[in-house]
Design a protein around this ligand. Structure first.
Ligand code: NAP
Length: 282
């Protein structure tokens, strides 16, 4: 298969490219500089030129707090841009695998969210991701898999474990919020599942995230322990770490469909730590 990857310079995009090549497929990996998904004409030309069998859309505005001040810019990428891709893919007979987010939910649940649960985005980023889901469904309904995932971490980008490793090496204690619970997901694991889905062509929405769940506090403590750092990780409530965008308190993803199951997030963390080059400051 020929698989087009958008946002190929991002954290997930880097691992998707690796996974495509490891699976023996041909990767056409385009960074933002090579293809801006807001440009419908450029997107159509990319499909005409590359003639891919599938596209995995890793391109997104991912600055959750920044989206509160620039909601139109976030929407242009995450909503309209996703629609441009799905339309061009459907017109050329290619399958779309689009990446969405647990943040489409409002976090008021007390059991894992499944695909048919009502959405309720809390902020501008979340609304833009929901707009992307709707645009992909509208443009490529029976020719797209929309994958909601969560709390991504990987060696190719800025992520929570890298931040914690850096801060824990500098400080004797860290205060981390304990009342937001989700599913940390290693991009190496997710990328393999996305490539499989490009071939399996399952229509509709699927939840695909690391198995198990934890709070940011639990996640930080596990990171510090794995690294053997002498840093006291302390629990704080979200109100002591105010951010411009509201985040769901509980965004654990379950599935009611035949979605791929990823390994436990703790296993993902082990692989992440192994992949970080020794001596490299995160
Ligand atoms: N990170 C998470 O915790 C998380 C959780 C759930 C879902 N997701 C979703 O997972 C996907 C991948 O996220 P990620 O963590 O890999 O983010 P990332 O590292 O920020 O990668 C996103 C990539 O998209 C590129 N991009 C931005 N605007 C673009 C445009 N107009 N056209 C083409 N490319 C553009 C960015 O390029 P520049 O760097 O040059 O701007 C970047 O390389 C996104 O759909 C995100 O919403 C992420």
């Amino acid at each position: 298969m020929r698989i087009l990857i958008t946002g190929a310079g991002g954290m997930l995009g880097i691992d998707v490219r690796r996974a495509v090549e490891a699976a023996g497929h041909e990767a056409i990996a385009l960074s933002r500089a090579q293809l801006d998904i807001r440009d419908a004409r450029a997107v159509a030309e990319a499909f005409a030129g590359a003639a891919p069998d599938a596209v995995v859309n890793c391109a997104a505005w991912t600055d959750v707090d920044g989206a509160e001040e620039q909601p139109d810019e976030a929407l242009a990428v995450n909503g309209n841009g996703a629609g441009n891709l799905a339309a061009a893919a459907a017109a050329s007979g290619a399958w779309t695998v689009h990446v969405s987010s647990d943040y489409v939910f409002d976090g008021s649940a007390s059991r894992p969210y499944v695909e048919s649960d009502p959405v309720g985005p809390l902020g501008a980023y979340a609304r833009s991701k929901l707009a992307g889901e709707l645009a992909v469904s509208r443009e490529a309904a029976d020719h797209a898999t929309i994958v909601r995932t969560a709390w991504l971490f990987g060696v190719g980008g800025r992520c929570f474990p890298k931040t914690i490793l850096r801060l824990a090496a500098e400080r004797d204690h860290l205060d981390v919020v304990c009342d937001q619970v989700g599913c940390p997901t290693f991009t190496g694991h997710l990328a393999r599942a996305l490539v499989d889905l490009a071939a399996e062509r399952i229509p509709g929405t699927l939840h695909v995230a690391g198995s198990g769940s934890c709070s940011w506090f639990d996640f930080a403590r596990a990171i510090v322990e794995r690294a053997g750092l002498e840093c006291d990780v302390r629990r704080i409530p979200s109100e002591r770490y105010p951010t411009p965008a509201r985040r769901p308190a509980y965004s654990v993803l379950g599935t009611e469909r035949d979605a791929p199951r990823l390994p436990e997030w703790t296993g993902g963390l082990s692989e992440f730590m192994e992949q970080l080059a020794p001596g490299v400051t995160p």
